[in-house]
Design a protein around this ligand. Sequence first.
Ligand code: ADE
Ligand code: ZN
Length: 341
Amino acid sequence: MKKLDVARESLIRRLPKVELHLHIEGTLEPELMFGLAAKHGIALPYASVEAVRAAYNFSDLQSFLDLYYAGCDVLRDRTDFYALASSYFTRAYADGVVHAELFFDPQTHTVRGVPMDVIIGGLRDAMEDAHKRYGITSDLILCFLRHLPEADAFATLEAALPYLSEFVGVGLDSGERGNPPSKFERVFARARGLGLRVVAHAGEEGPAEYITEALDLLKAERIDHGVRCDEDPALVARLVRDQIPLTVCPLSNVKLCVVKDLAQHNFAKLLRQGVVLTVNSDDPAYFGGYVADNYRALVAALDLTAAELVRCAENAVRASFLPSTAKAALLTRVRAAAVSR
Ligand code: ADE
Ligand code: ZN
């Protein structure tokens, strides 16, 4: 990666960061994958950690998801989920993350016989530790897998009801093409009725129309990715007018061939048009960088200014599901970091 000037590098380090688009299963580093495979006596189809990393060459979202779901097989007991999230929080702390809203995909695990309490229990143990050790606050967002039928999403929501106080909202992820938000309209209505917050992946590989559906039909409060919004100028105008945040993941977009290279990413253009953009890492173990690296990559490729970096950090605080008092306190910290040296 191009070397950044000292001022912006130091700003990126100092900025208190809120991460809003992070799949906890996507933080499974090959070292932990191998460790858990050995613990459970699972034979991996790779000879070494290096061989796993070498396999991370993706042609599209589906080619990544195939590996991502296969990797999840090593996550079997509560301490595995704890270890997974704990190692994320250690890296997040090093990157200056102060609050994170973590996606998790229960269907990937319940289908293998891992109970909901094991998944949520292990994640929450790590979240509690991260708060004590690092002062990082966090929340969980339960994601429905969109390649599966809506009935499966309903069953997942039902199975999660005993843990309703343990997650803040629901999301929609997995293969986007051919799985529009409209397929999940009823289950999202039920989730909203339970008081859950709503986000959805849309406009990553799918068309701008899916973003409009996520807003109109699912009532999504944030759009995950959303980078294809600029195929519809009226939609971009709506995102600006209604200040609807997009959780953008620059390195992910390159790795999954959503864009050819970062120099061609529309991040700077959308930000300068007034779209509320945030910077996130998506599946950092697979995409070559955690959140601070995503900030760095944007500066290197698109020359984002110091003021624009601060704006992204502020956007993430405002776009979070934190209570307003916590948001105000974090905004003060962001502004203090912006003027210090
Ligand atoms: N699940 C994990 N990462 C994802 C992504 N980038 N898009 C859709 N589903 C995902
Ligand atoms: Zn994602």
